[in-house]
Design a protein around this ligand. Structure first.
Ligand code: HSE
Length: 317
């Protein structure tokens, strides 16, 4: 996270936070990867009266109420955590990420809101406090999980070792990793995607999931892309959510047949993600997945990208 003017009194700042892939397959709520390209941006200006006002929520379906908009909740939390409740903030949100898509949009709005508010503090908070602030927003808007918020703020691949107390581990991103994001035109709210998760998980599933998360960390550290892909093998959330996602099973089959290292649901869906070891393979995988969704009757948006290693960035002025 960069805040080039930390410590100086500013009147306006803009922050950008990238989207992310929550869970990365088997790491339900504990692994997330920031991805390059589109993201959400928030411009904050000092206002005359204390409190946070949303001037532009960034999307017609989003609320102007700072107590329910992710950017407003996160900015308000930043002011509280900094003891700066007397400060007034006016926020303009630019939503680059699609709503209810499973691409970390609510987390990116929260992260950018926290970052923009933070830049206007006389003494900005460290990024761990911004994560706390953004988590407050994510909890209200999408449920209490950090696997989108953390990578959106710190960038790269992040393991959430613990939320209480907060303990995050940045894992190296293996060289050459390419990401395909395929969003079929079907909304799925995170809350609905969470409702279908099993409350009790069989021991054999728990053991399998634990092994995959360990393998992802080992593969990322050693740069073993083939192992990284094999470990995208989720037997917990994916089987529970796939029935809500028509076309996903066919798209996954098509991705693997086209040479993807691995494929699963991004966050709670409906976006599916696949990993590839080159841009050429990623492009082929994206087209194969598009064809599969088209055959199932769903238009989709396909993005070929790479991990974002920077996370939240703040521009001032
Ligand atoms: N870990 C969260 C879930 C991510 O799977 O519900 C939501 O985007």
């Amino acid at each position: 996270m960069k805040n080039p003017d930390a410590g100086t009194r500013l009147h306006a700042a803009e922050a950008f936070a990238p989207g992310s892939i929550g869970n990365l397959g088997p790491g339900l709520d504990v692994l997330g990867l920031a991805v390059s390209g589109i993201g959400d941006a928030v411009r904050a200006e000092r206002g005359n009266a204390p409190g946070v006002v949303i001037v532009d929520p960034g999307h017609p379906d989003l609320s102007n109420d700072a107590t329910t908009h992710a950017s407003g909740i996160a900015a308000t939390a930043v002011l509280r955590l900094a003891g700066a409740e007397d400060l007034g903030l006016r926020l303009w949100v630019r939503k680059g990420l699609p709503l209810s898509a499973g691409q970390g949009g609510s987390a990116a709005s929260a992260a950018a809101g926290a970052g923009a508010a933070n830049a206007l503090l006389d003494t900005p908070l460290p990024s761990i406090k911004l994560i706390e602030a953004a988590l407050e927003a994510e909890t209200v808007v999408a449920g209490r999980h950090l696997d989108n918020v953390a990578p959106s703020i710190v960038g790269g691949l992040v393991l959430i070792r613990s939320m209480d107390p907060l303990d995050l581990v940045s894992i190296p991103v293996p060289t050459g990793l390419h990401v395909v994001l395929v969003r079929p035109e079907m909304p799925l709210r995170t809350a609905d995607g969470r409702r279908v998760l099993p409350r009790v998980v069989p021991l054999a599933t728990t053991i399998h999931q634990t092994a995959q998360v360990g393998a992802i960390v080992a593969a990322a550290t050693s740069g073993d892309l083939a192992l990284f892909g094999r470990a995208i093998d989720d037997r917990l959330a994916e089987p529970a959510r796939a029935p809500l996602l028509p076309g996903f099973a066919e798209a996954k089959r098509a991705a693997l047949d086209a040479g993807a290292l691995g494929c699963s649901i991004s966050g709670s869906g409906p976006t599916a993600f696949a990993l590839a070891d080159s841009e050429v393979v990623a492009g082929r995988v994206g087209e194969a997945m598009r064809q599969a969704y088209t055959n199932a009757g769903y238009a989709c948006d396909v993005r070929v990208t790479v991990p974002d290693l920077e996370g939240l960035r703040v521009m001032t002025g």
